[in-house]
Design a protein around this ligand. Sequence first.
Ligand code: FSX
Ligand code: SF4
Ligand code: F3S
Length: 375
Amino acid sequence: MNADYSRREFVKVCALAAASIGLAPTHGRAWAAALEAGKKPSIIWLHFQECTGCTESLLRTSHPSVSKLILDLVSLDYHETLFAASGAQIEAALETALEEQAGKFVLVVEGAIPTKENGIYCQVGGRTAVDSLKRCAEKAGAVVAIGSCASWGGVASAEPNPTGATGAPQVLEGRTVVCLPGCPPNPYILLGTVLQFATFGTLPKLDDKGRPLSAYARTIHEDCPRRPHFDAGRFAGQFGDEDHRLGHCLYKLGCKGPATHANCSLASFCEVPGAWPVGVGHPCIGCTEATVAFRIPVFDTVEIENPTPPANYPPIVEHRGSISPVTTGVAGIIGGAALGASAVMAKWVSREHRMEKTWAAVKKEGKDPEKDQKS
Ligand code: FSX
Ligand code: SF4
Ligand code: F3S
């Protein structure tokens, strides 16, 4: 074991990586054992149009040894910004890795790929990003797009998109590309994906946009610690006002959490509790979402994806069809039991009513929802 960190720390990072893709911590322990036996997954990492924030977030852990540990967990066989070598030397390292690790390595793509004018706007080692991506993907065991740029074009694809920037899935049409959007995404999701592929030869369950379901199935809004303020109609109206200082909901300041799928509210950055946009008082800009980030102005409000209470609450309003005699009989039996629960139900109904009022106030400019609720 490396002197910079303990075995316990090593296993802990593996367990966190497993949790980030929805696996049990026992998988983390299995990975730790495999890694200790010397089975490090090979990674070839390509950089295109980006800010390198994705790589930076991988390195900027709060505990210096953790970043070292992450680099020790994988065999980084090609990475333009982290390699000391450059020019012909680094290109030779790429060729060697492509040959020796063919079919086994994970290709990590960071940055958007410009497609206009035959891709001339981004070239590395004399090859365009399009060529380089296609060539490396052909030999890769798995392809992962890290960050919004590589997942769907990101900031480089914002209007008027002069370079025709797009994501890896669009260039590699027909191939499975695991997408980890975010500007930047949480590095543990990458680590989990890579370790799962290296150990079991499988990929995490993905949604229709290629994102691991474990990290992207829910909206920020569903797990946000400010959510109780949203439900109660307590909103910051301006940066620095009383409500903002009290940590109230940022919806009116343009928070895109209700339309953004990511797990930032559950897995903060750099292992620092509260280190994520909403945690430090800034509205979520929807950096993971192709239809939100760099498309909808930062301070504009968005439609709420699920205006109903979270799924762990009982339904408040049931849709009713026409009543048949059988239904009436069953309803009679259920009715007795329901009477006992009527007090609880009344609370839910009143909560629903409050929420509707909050909504009406949010949508109607100039109205104070909190004041409205008290009326
Ligand atoms: Fe893009 Fe990665 Fe945003 Fe930056 O490089 S996802 S611009 S944080 O970092 O690709
Ligand atoms: Fe949190 Fe934003 Fe939802 Fe408010 S609108 S609860 S700040 S995610
Ligand atoms: Fe991005 Fe919003 Fe998370 S801006 S980092 S998805 S809170």
